[in-house]
Design a binder for this molecule. Structure first.
Ligand SMILES: [Cu+2]
Length: 400
């Protein structure tokens, strides 16, 4: 047991013990007085006035007890609030209905991994409503509040696994907002923290783009930066401005080589002539690899992969399963194109879960309520069209 746990347990036991003793004392005295001052023995009430000894006793003794309670409470409170300066820091994000832990090296997890016998300080916040981080084993409980940072700290102690609970009611699946603190021996923790979640191998071409600074000005995911995106660039139609005026060209191999080696000779319309020439800095070999990369396209993404990430990050999977089991909402498994009975304006209607219906279910869920479910889904009207299409693609992959 750590020092903090000792202090808190002492405060608890002292306050509880004193209260219990006083309760017994008062009960016994009450019973005794019931007998002693019964009206059959004292038909007429007597007026008793002043008793210095009694008054001093019932002032001084309770004062001492209250001061002692305060003292134990205060030392326990101080122990909880004063995190050692060398504490390991972990960021905690609470959301309906899960916990996310972010470690100093950027790794994230949904269960808290910590090394044994180490002070750990958690800096916490919430993205939606108020939750409360509660680990009974460490005697810590603290609200997590949107837009605000709160913290707890504890000494992790010996290797062991403890429960984490949410102690603030936060909606229908509040009772499922559970996680664990997993205390590992230092070597095991070091091994865990230094392994990547999913080692992603980066194609060589992306390394070339990175090393030459291309990615400071060009994206490969469709985003506009200073220059046009390199996503789907091969054979794209481009309007360029040359010394002889505007013309539309196809971005074939010859064009791309020229655009990279001698960018000022033809400028993409609506962009500035600010790309440096790479004729001398980029080897023929690397240039060839880049062209090959533009031709074959960006690294293939598994269908639905993007949507799966969105569903996770937006918290959809807190309410919708992907394996057919029932949570708060219907499962995403086999959801697309099935027949649904929904309630619209108080009337039951049958319809097909085509993409139009699914889009409206995400953007304005109040319009159709699936029969047998609560109207508890929040509207996701802030999602971009692209994100919604990625979700639909993902749902399509969840059909048998
Ligand atoms: Cu909660």
């Amino acid at each position: 047991m750590t020092d903090t746990i000792n202090k808190i347990d002492t405060a608890f036991l002292f306050i509880f013990g004193v209260s219990f003793a006083i309760m017994i004392l008062i009960t016994l005295v009450a019973i005794y007085f019931l007998y002693k001052y019964h009206h059959t023995k004292h038909p007429e009430a007597a007026q008793i006035e002043g008793n210095l000894i009694a008054e001093l006793t019932w002032t001084i003794i309770p004062s001492i007890i209250v001061i002692a309670m305060f003292w134990f409470g205060w030392t326990g409170y101080k122990a909880l609030r004063d995190a050692p300066a060398d504490s390991m820091l972990v960021d905690v994000t609470a959301r309906m209905w899960s916990w996310k832990f972010t470690y100093p090296n950027g790794k994230t997890s949904s269960e808290l991994y910590v090394p044994a016998n180490t002070p750990v300080k958690l800096n916490m916040t919430s993205v939606d409503v108020i939750h409360s981080f509660y680990v009974p084993a460490y005697r810590v409980k603290m609200d997590t509040v949107p837009g605000m940072q709160t913290y707890v700290w504890f000494d992790t102690g010996e290797p062991e696994t403890y429960e984490i609970l949410c102690a603030e009611y936060c909606g229908v699946r509040h009772s499922f907002m559970l996680s664990k603190v997993i205390v590992l021996p230092q070597e095991e923790y070091d091994a865990w923290i230094s392994t990547e979640e999913k080692p992603v191998e980066q194609p060589e071409a992306i390394t070339i783009l990175e090393n030459n600074g291309c990615l400071d000005c060009h994206s490969i995911d469709g985003t506009e930066l200073v220059g046009p995106t390199l996503k789907d660039i091969y054979n794209r139609e481009t309007v360029i401005v040359t010394a002889d005026g505007e013309k539309t060209v196809k971005a074939d191999e010859a064009y791309l080589i020229k655009a990279i080696n001698d960018p000022s000779s033809e400028i993409v319309k609506n962009y500035e002539d600010m790309m440096p020439p790479f004729a001398e800095d980029l080897s023929k070999e690397d240039l060839g690899k880049l062209i090959e990369f533009f031709k074959t396209g960006m690294p293939a993404e598994k269908p639905g992969e993007k949507g799966a990430v969105i569903a996770e990050n937006e918290g959809c999977t807190g309410c919708h399963s992907t394996d057919g089991s029932e949570l708060v909402g219907p499962s995403f498994k086999n959801m697309m194109d099935r027949d649904v009975i929904a309630i619209k304006d108080g009337k039951k209607i049958q319809l097909k879960a085509d993409s139009r219906y699914i889009i409206s279910s995400i953007v304005s869920p109040g319009e159709y309520i699936v029969d047998g479910y609560d109207e508890s889904m929040p509207p996701y009207d802030y999602l971009e069209d692209e994100q919604i299409m990625a979700l639909i693609e993902y749902f399509n992959t969840l059909k048998d």
